[in-house]
Every structure is written in structure tokens, then in C-alpha cells.
Design a protein. Structure first.
Lengths: 287, 320
């Protein structure tokens, strides 16, 4: 893992992508810092951070688009996949390399609150909490970018795909409220979801038995819940989408609260996405 | 050392490799010969663990390539058709990266890389960016990467393709040298190359093994260089008439007029009849303009090998 990590970390600074990422990141943060804190003489750095969480949509694609696609186009995946290291090591090495570049950029932005501290009272621990949240949000976004870079096989589609995926996640909050909150449509959606998962499992494993049994269990569970506790379906889709709304979960950190639930949420989401990335590599090798 | 058992590979409906079987003994240099698209690269990718097979089994040193993937990969150095190089690194940085990936202990790393760079003669370019290197150097850096970590098995996919004649000879000599200490599988679509380096040749066509033998036996089966191509001036009839008078010639085939006013003939004989042919023509005052051994092209070899599998040596593993 260390070998891949060092290689990809140095690749960021051999090619331009590391510098481009840092420049864009620092440019956007500094603009918001100057308008939000300096010009308005406001010491609340957390609200500045909160207003720029959209930044990940723009900068994460720069950071992650090359990670996997470059290996495929340069045919260096032959070296990695035939070396005595596992896919997990490759994925983690690459992931931590990208996270390190992001962390360096984020550390540089610490200069902004330090500059504020000379002119006013700084809520230090709240800002630390906000920074940790901002960092975790970046970590999830980078994991998503890495997954998309693995799924696509060229730079452009990796960049646009990551951009689109993060944009869609940002807008989840806006459009999840349009789903009806009544029981019946939500129950239908739950049934469709169960079928969808069953089909996906069938596609991944090519096993009729597994696919059909998952469909039967899923539909059965959805039916039982509908029969005995229909009130569980109240706003089911709304809550389900809320689970994916990682920008919404940033709210706690913005208020300076270091909520354990939000930290666990970000870490587990990151873990899930990285797990999917490894699974995807494994699957592609076998197909 | 390497055992490939009934290996097939299917891409959708296309059967790229069809029940391939062969063995490579320890220390042997095996040539893998076939035209482009025959399935050479696929078989090598499977042995190296880059892709899994659809059916069958491959073992290296008794270990299954799929089940004991990591252990097997430690034993194999693989040079794919396109060397897997990072253009933005220097040669030395690249070798260091490869040695890390292959778990070469930190203390030995520098010395190990130094030795290998010396062996493949890339020491003088070690501080240059790989993207600025010529094709020949890139190939050698790829070979160095395969050798790092001292794997017992080297799998080299068309190591001489795209090189100039001088570089080809250098790489060939290097592979010969490596063959003394390693088990090597080498693929190529050039027969003389394989017969120059390898102790045994496996010929593959359309995903199937069509022959597997030593270069000597194989060329003996394929006419052994006793067939000649002769170019003489004049008409075909006269020349054929003269050749029919020579003892030992079994067959004469008129190949046609390739140079104006001359005729080309393919002469098949049971023994070396070159002197007799010379004197027969000189007696008839007909000068021989060209006389050369008839080289079979790869396609003709395939035709020959696939058409009469019963003839030839005993070690024919035609799968048809």
C-alpha cells in the first residue's frame, strides 16, 4: 500500500494536477474568506466554510479523475495487478494519496482563522470542529471520485461523472421533498427497490437462486411491513435519500458540534464507497 | 514449474483461448509462437494473473494462480506487450517503485536495482524521464521491472517488437543469458527469433495449440531447409526437364516468373542435392541466377502443422 501511496502522491506533484487542485481550492476559499470574513469584519469562519461546501463538486474531479483512468490508459494496470499486492492495497494507497493532497490544501487554509485571531475573538474549538467536518466531507467526496474514476475508462468521463454525482448529491436535499410522504407510493417504491437490488445482485453474481431469493425476501419484508406497520412507510423515500445527503450532514459541524453520529456517518460512507471500488475492480477482472 | 491445464478464455461469445495445455520445466526457455491475435497475450496474461481464465487451471511451482494469487505473483516477473511505464518518473524512481511493490527489502533495494540496471544497460539513462526514452530503452526498463525482485519465472510478451536490429540482438542475448538462471516464457510471431533463443516451441493459432516441440524437430518436420528455390533464365519446361534428370529430387514445382525472362522453381528433395543441381544446369549451359533455401512463412507452418498432425515426431499435441 505504501508503494502505491508514495507513487500517487508524488505523481500529483510531478504532473500538474496536484498544483491545479491546490490553486483552485485556495482561490475559492480565499475569495469566500475575504468577502465573508475580511470585508464584513466577521470572525465566524465556520459559516464561511459552510458556504463553500459546494467547492468539492469543482475540485474533487481534478484530484481523482486521473487516479485509475491513467493506469488503464498507460497500461500500467498490468504492473499493479500482476504485482504481489491486493486490490485493497491499490485502492487504499491511491485514496490516501488524494486525501493527503487535500489535507495539505486544507492545512494551508488554517492561515485564515489564524489571521482573524489577531483582530477578534475566535471560537477556536468550534472552528476545529468545522475543519474536521470539512475534512471528512472531502474524504467522502474523494472516495466517490475514486469510485467513478475506476468505473469509467477515460479522463473526461471520470471528471464529468464525478462532477455530476457530487452535484446530484448536493441537490438531494432540494428534490427529496418532492416525493409524496403517504404510505402507498412509498411502499411501492420499497418493493421496486427490493427488486432492483435483487436484479443487481443477480447481475453481479449470475446466480438465479440468489437473485430470486433476495427478491422474495425483500418483497416479503416490504409486504409484511405494509401489512402490520404501514406507518413505517411515512416519508420512507425522504428519509432514505436523506441518508445519502452527505452535505446535509455537514450541518452539525457548521454549528461547531462535533457530533459522533455525523463522524460515524462520514467514515462509514467512505468505507462503503471504497469497498464498492475494490469490488468493482474485482468484478471487472473476472468479466 | 509452470503447468497450464485445459485453460480456456471466453470474451462474451468469442473464444480467445481454447483448452490450452502445456508444461514448462524449471530452467527451460519456452517460445510461444503464433500470429497476431492467436491468443498468446491472453495465455500470458492468465499465467501472470492479470486476468483469470474462464475454465481450467494454471499452477506455478505447484501453487494455483487464482487461489494463491499473491504467492504466485512473487515468483513471476511479467513484461507485457506494452511495457507498463510511468512516463512522469525517471528510470531510477520507476525501478524503486517497482521494487517497493514487489516487496524488495529496503536495505537491499538500492544494490538490487543497481545490479539490474547494469544488466539491462540502462544505468546511463537512470536519471532521465521515461517519457523521453526511445522505444528500445523503454523495452529494457520494462524488462528491468520484470526482473526486479528476482522472480524465478519471467514471462516476456513480444520483447523485441518495434526494436531496431541491433537492439533485437542485444535483447535476445540478454534473454538467453537470463534463461540460464530463470524459467522463461517468451512470445513472438517471428520463427527464427524463437528458434534462436528457445529450447522448446509451442505454436498457437486461433486459441489452440497446434504443435509443441524442440526447434530442431520442428524444422525437421517442416522440410528441414532441404527445399530450394531456384531462379534460372528461359522457359519453365526446359528447367524442369533438366531437374528431372537429377537423382534425389522428389518434386519440382513451378512458382512462376518473378523476374522478366526467368522462371522460379521450388525443388523438393530427400537429401542435399545442391551440387548435382549446379552441375546439371552448367552442363546444359543454363546459369543458376539464384539458389536459396525455401523459408516457410508462419502461415505455411500453420498449414503444414495443422494439415498432417500424424507425420513428424512423437511429441505432437495437436488439439483438433
Amino acid at each position: 500500500m505504501l508503494a502505491v501511496y508514495l507513487k500517487d502522491l508524488s505523481a500529483y506533484f510531478r504532473t500538474f494536477s496536484g498544483y491545479v487542485f491546490m490553486s483552485v481550492f485556495l482561490l475559492i476559499t480565499s475569495i469566500f474568506y475575504i468577502t465573508g470574513n475580511v470585508f464584513s469584519a466577521n470572525a465566524d469562519f465556520n459559516s464561511t466554510l459552510g458556504s463553500i461546501i459546494f467547492i468539492f463538486i469543482l475540485v474533487v474531479p481534478i484530484l481523482t479523475m486521473r487516479l485509475m483512468t491513467d493506469e488503464v490508459t498507460q497500461k500500467t494496470d498490468h504492473l499493479l495487478y500482476t504485482a504481489p499486492i491486493s486490490f485493497t492495497e491499490i485502492v487504499l494507497g491511491k485514496y490516501f494519496a488524494a486525501v493527503t493532497v487535500f489535507a495539505i490544501a486544507l492545512l494551508l487554509t488554517c492561515l485564515y482563522p489564524i489571521a482573524i485571531s489577531f483582530f477578534g475573538n475566535l471560537a477556536v474549538w468550534e472552528i476545529v470542529g468545522g475543519m474536521i467536518g470539512f475534512f471528512l466531507l472531502g474524504c467522502v467526496s474523494i472516495a466517490i471520485g475514486l469510485l467513478i474514476s475506476t468505473i469509467t475508462d477515460n479522463l473526461i468521463s471520470a471528471a464529468i461523472g464525478t462532477f455530476g454525482a457530487l452535484l446530484a448529491i448536493l441537490f438531494i436535499d432540494s428534490f427529496r421533498s418532492i416525493f409524496p410522504a403517504e404510505t402507498n407510493p412509498n411502499a411501492v417504491f420499497a418493493a421496486l427497490l427490493a427488486l432492483g437490488i435483487a436484479f443487481w445482485v443477480y447481475r453481479m453474481t449470475r446466480s438465479y437462486v440468489l437473485g430470486i431469493s433476495i427478491a422474495v425476501i425483500g418483497l416479503g419484508a416490504a409486504g409484511l411491513v405494509f401489512w402490520f406497520k404501514p406507518e413505517l412507510y411515512q416519508g420512507f423515500v425522504y428519509h432514505l435519500l436523506g441518508w445519502f445527503s452527505m452535505f446535509y450532514h455537514y450541518g452539525n459541524f457548521e454549528r461547531g458540534v462535533l457530533a459522533l453520529s455525523s463522524i460515524v456517518y462520514y467514515l462509514s460512507l467512505t468505507g462503503l464507497v471504497l469497498f464498492l471500488t475494490v469490488q468493482f475492480l474485482e468484478k471487472r477482472r473476472w468479466s | 514449474m509452470i503447468e497450464v491445464m485445459d485453460v480456456s478464455k471466453r470474451y462474451g461469445k468469442h473464444l480467445a483461448v481454447d483448452r490450452v495445455n502445456f508444461k514448462v520445466d524449471k530452467g527451460e526457455v519456452l517460445g510461444f509462437l503464433g500470429p497476431n491475435g492467436a491468443g498468446k497475450t491472453t495465455v500470458m496474461n492468465i499465467i501472470a494473473g492479470y486476468i483469470p481464465m474462464t475454465e481450467g487451471k494454471v499452477t506455478v511451482d505447484g501453487l494455483d494462480v487464482v487461489e494463491n494469487g499473491n504467492e504466485v505473483r512473487r515468483k513471476i516477473g511479467y513484461l507485457p506487450e506494452i511495457p507498463p511505464l510511468y512516463g512522469e518518473m525517471t528510470v531510477e524512481e520507476y525501478c524503486t517503485f517497482v521494487s517497493r511493490v514487489k516487496h524488495v527489502p529496503g536495505k537491499k533495494r538500492k544494490q538490487h536495482i543497481g545490479e539490474i540496471m547494469e544488466k539491462v544497460q540502462i544505468t546511463d539513462v537512470r536519471r532521465r524521464l521515461i517519457s523521453n526514452l526511445s522505444k528500445g530503452y523503454r523495452q529494457r526498463v520494462g524488462l528491468a521491472a520484470a526482473m526486479i525482485g528476482n522472480p524465478e519465472v519471467l514471462i516476456l510478451d513480444e520483447p523485441t517488437v518495434g526494436l531496431d536490429p541491433k537492439q533485437i540482438i542485444e535483447i535476445r542475448n540478454l534473454i538467453k543469458e537470463l534463461g540460464e538462471t530463470h524459467t522463461v516464457i517468451l512470445s513472438s510471431h517471428i520463427l527464427p527469433e524463437v528458434s534462436a533463443i528457445c529450447e522448446r516451441i509451442v505454436i498457437i493459432n486461433r486459441g489452440r495449440i497446434v504443435a509443441s516441440d524442440t526447434p530442431e524437430n520442428l524444422s525437421a518436420r517442416l522440410g528441414g531447409g532441404k527445399d530450394l528455390v531456384i531462379r534460372v533464365p528461359g522457359q519453365a519446361q526446359a528447367a524442369v526437364g533438366i531437374l528431372q534428370g537429377v537423382a534425389g529430387i522428389s518434386e519440382v514445382e513451378v512458382m512462376g516468373e518473378l523476374e522478366p525472362g526467368t522462371v522460379d522453381l521450388l525443388v523438393k528433395s530427400e537429401r542435399d542435392t545442391r551440387s548435382e543441381i549446379f552441375f546439371a544446369f552448367s552442363k546444359a549451359e543454363l546459369p543458376i541466377l539464384t539458389m536459396k533455401p525455401y523459408d516457410l512463412t508462419l502461415e505455411e507452418i500453420f498449414l503444414q502443422v495443422t494439415q498432417d498432425p500424424k507425420e513428424g515426431s512423437s511429441d505432437v499435441s495437436s488439439v483438433s
